[in-house]
Design a binder for this molecule. Sequence first.
Ligand SMILES: *Cc1c(COP(=O)(O)O)cnc(C)c1O
Length: 371
Amino acid sequence: MKQISVASPNLNGNEKRYVNDCMDTTQISSGGGGKYIVEFERAFAEFCECKYAASCCNGTVALHLALLALGIKEGDEVIMPVITYIATANAVRYVNATPVFTDVDKDGWNIDVKKIEEKITPNTKAIIVVHLYGNPVDMDAVMEIAKNHNLYVIEDAAEAHGAVYKGKKVGSIGDIGTFSFFGNKVITTGEGGMVTTQNEQIDRKVRLLKGQGVDAQKRYWHLAVGYNYRMTNLEAAIGLGQLENIEEHIANRIKIRQKYYSLLEPYSDYMEFQKTTAQSISINWMTSIIFTSKVKLDRDTICRKLEERGVETRPVFYPINSMPPYKDNESFPVAKYIAERGINLPTHDLLKEEDVEFICNCLLDIIGLME
Ligand SMILES: *Cc1c(COP(=O)(O)O)cnc(C)c1O
């Protein structure tokens, strides 16, 4: 039986050649200013329209570094959406600050910007926005609120490499952008991350902290309690190969969404898509749909039946405050609706048009819509 996975990397560029170069030269680690690290950071900064980009070992520590660089600490509150990957909240806990959850909007599934201000207290220091599944947040509204209340803005762009808001790349708009290069992301290094900024001071702080706090001028002289959060040259070699083809990777994702839309649009009474506004370009990390109340089967049953036919899907992220480490009783009705009824459909570079047709046919058959 055909197996269709929800995500898969496409390593069809120079990745292997660059990795072999690392092997041949023994430059596999992170020391000595590895040439692929330097080049990957330079090219990624350019791609994101940012002055600075600092590599690190994954997207979670990219968030940790961002919070540390901004001086977020115990007693501080950080506003964030209640629907995101768990790492966004965990990073806030790593610095002993408190994540303050906010409901999401029912169209774009991102933080509901109309509900941010009611969450602000004298302890609020920052807002982390998450461009969920590659769909840009309404950044003008967020930046306006941040300016009025003197708050930092971190863009968790782990799912949104190359997404555009009003002509600007995500990760270039807030004080800091963070990215992940995990195996299922838009581009991958296996494990990896990046911290982007337009601010030299912030970039310097991030670099200090990710490299054990060592003085840039004096070896083995440490100025702060830092971390070993470095990316290896080997990972950066893969990343550079990936980045060279990122426009093609993104175009493929957008094409896949269009194919899904064209096949599922006639059933819009039964399924709603995550919506993008006219001012944004979503890079469609995961094509995502919600089953409306007209669908009688529950979401998990639909996923299981798709799995039986070889089609892997994922549920939309659970609201963070429904899980043990963050459990509270605050209700987020929109998040609840989306999380109970939403799924991510297979979305990756190697997926073919006929795969999308097969997936849609399975889905329509399972929910009883095939004539
Ligand atoms: C993947 C992801 C992260 C974490 O990245 P890792 O590289 O897996 O540590 C953080 N935030 C969001 C929104 C993500 O999707």
